[in-house]
Ligand binder design. Structure first.
Ligand code: 4GX
Length: 235
């Protein structure tokens, strides 16, 4: 799967996708990350990509044409029906179900905005959907694009190793169930003991304890997850 990212800060994308599991996925070609620098499509030799807003007011607006040209550059290599996703608080909030849906695509194009926003006309022209990563305000779209890529990439076959995907059993399908508590050596830490069943070697009992701990934790910490429509996919 290929993630094309239209951005003024391509290094943020390259850097954040070059470590740990995503880094390994990039190196093994399980995913491709293609940051496209919008400034390479600037309107003049000064590298201008933004301008003051019509109607006045503080701040700058990203100009339509550099973004449109950057998009055309990507569209020439990408398959033409790749979604163009604009990261914005105005979008639908990203869910595990949405990440699942996107993970089956061959390519997606992510548009990262900065400053006060983007000229509305280029949004109308190229964007197919808006996604928000949550109801709070970021300084730019890049951290949001990285969150989306991370959530989607780990669902792409070959990205998680065997051990990592095994650990993921409680996140089967698009159902979000909280992880059970994890423990490692030592058996006692500041007087706190590891639950005895985990030391018992009884794998049936251990699996049952974990299922139960996971359900109990979900009910106690995030009761709304159990009520979500995603949950219905379980029965
Ligand atoms: N989930 N942001 C987009 C640029 C911007 C500014 C003004 C439109 C109007 C965000 C989020 C998010 C901050 C990304 C503003 N766009 N993105 N950026 N929450 O807060 O995705």
């Amino acid at each position: 799967m290929t993630f094309h990212v239209l951005t003024l800060f391509p290094e943020m994308i390259t850097e954040a996708t070059s470590h740990s599991i995503l880094g390994r996925a990039v190196r093994s070609n399980a995913i491709q990350v293609n940051p496209v620098n919008i400034r390479d499509f600037a309107v003049n030799k000064h590298g201008q990509v933004d301008d003051s807003p019509y109607g006045g007011g503080a701040g700058m607006v990203m100009m339509a044409s550099p973004i449109y040209d950057a998009y055309q550059h990507v569209a020439n290599m990408a398959n033409s029906n790749a979604p163009v996703i604009y990261l914005s608080p105005q979008g639908k909030v990203l869910t595990q179900a949405k990440a699942q849906e996107l993970s089956s695509l061959k390519e997606i194009i992510l548009l990262c905005g900065h400053y006060e926003g983007i000229d509305e006309r280029v949004i109308e022209e190229i964007v197919t959907e808006e996604i928000s990563i949550g109801d709070y305000v970021l300084t730019g779209g890049e951290p949001a694009a990285l969150v989306l890529m991370d959530a989607v990439a780990r669902l792409v076959p070959g990205v998680l190793g065997k051990a990592e995907s095994f650990q993921d059993e409680s996140f089967a399908g698009d159902v979000l169930q909280l992880e059970y508590p994890h423990y490692t050596r030592p058996p006692v830490f500041r007087g706190r003991e590891v639950p005895e069943v985990l030391l018992s070697g009884n794998h049936g009992k251990i699996a049952e304890w974990r299922r139960n701990a996971s359900l109990e934790r979900t009910r106690r910490k995030r009761p709304e997850l159990e009520l979500s429509p995603l949950k219905k996919n379980l029965d």
